[in-house]
Ligand binder design. Sequence first.
Ligand code: SAM
Length: 291
Amino acid sequence: MISTELTTQYALRNTFSLSCPLCRGHVIAEENRARCLLCGTIYPRTNDIWRFLPSARQEFFAPFLQEYRATRANEKWESMDGEYYRALPIVPHDDPHRAIWKIRAKHFARLLQMLGDAKNLRVLDIGAGNGWLSNQLAAREHSVAAVDLNDDRRDGLGARVNYANAFECYQAEFDCLPFSDAQFDFVIFNASLHYASSLTSSLAESQRVLAPRGSIIILDSPFYTRPAVKNFLTLQLLRDAAHELNLEMLLAFADDVWHKLARRKIIELKIGREPAHFPIIRLFQPPTSNI
Ligand SMILES: C[S@@+](CC[C@H](N)C(=O)[O-])C[C@H]1O[C@@H](n2cnc3c(N)ncnc32)[C@H](O)[C@@H]1O
């Protein structure tokens, strides 16, 4: 049992304009169901999660989810304590992943700097997991949509029961988002882009829902300089995908200062393969010239 659950008033209903993953018709959300005006498909909302993963796609992702959940439970990325979720990215001293969360907290602070002082930004948290980032951004008065395949109670969207801040949860996939075009100021892949099976498809879908001056931000995904690791990402692969989509790419935080490079070299000698680095990257549409 999760020890402290909060009663939440989810006040964001109808904040985001929805679109049918099957036919791209306009979708109208009612209390506990949404309906496509074009093909008539009904998408239910259960346990405060909008279910936008068609059954064929649920079947497709089932083996991945089964393996992913087992690995994450084994590695203890979860807690029975609601306070654990509310405090993320800060974790207790005895957390098995304290070293990683310390780095993640630093990157989260950098992300907040990038978002700036504006209030009520429309943010899409893609691959949101237990929703800790959505919760933190909702606490800062932004309108947040969290998307994930995983509705698990501890490590997926089901963990939303632990949060008092209002954000909307959507069970959906990177490459077929249930949103109409051009509405998010920021689309954030927080420790999730390395799960994309096609960088170009996932980024193209994010670009579709991005407001004209919006940005895609990528953080806490492992990058390598040599493409030798499973689920690898390299800056060159990302540059190629960005180029294909006509997106500008900015290394907002390069993670390549000399002492880190030196330390990575030492680790490489120890573990016999290149350790990852974790840059923060911004992708955005090139400003259009009026001339
Ligand atoms: C390592 S977790 C990161 C979770 C969270 N963003 C965080 O910062 O802790 C990666 C998440 O991406 C989700 N994911 C992987 N592939 C996905 C896909 N194709 N569509 C939607 N979510 C996906 C997984 O279910 C998982 O919750």
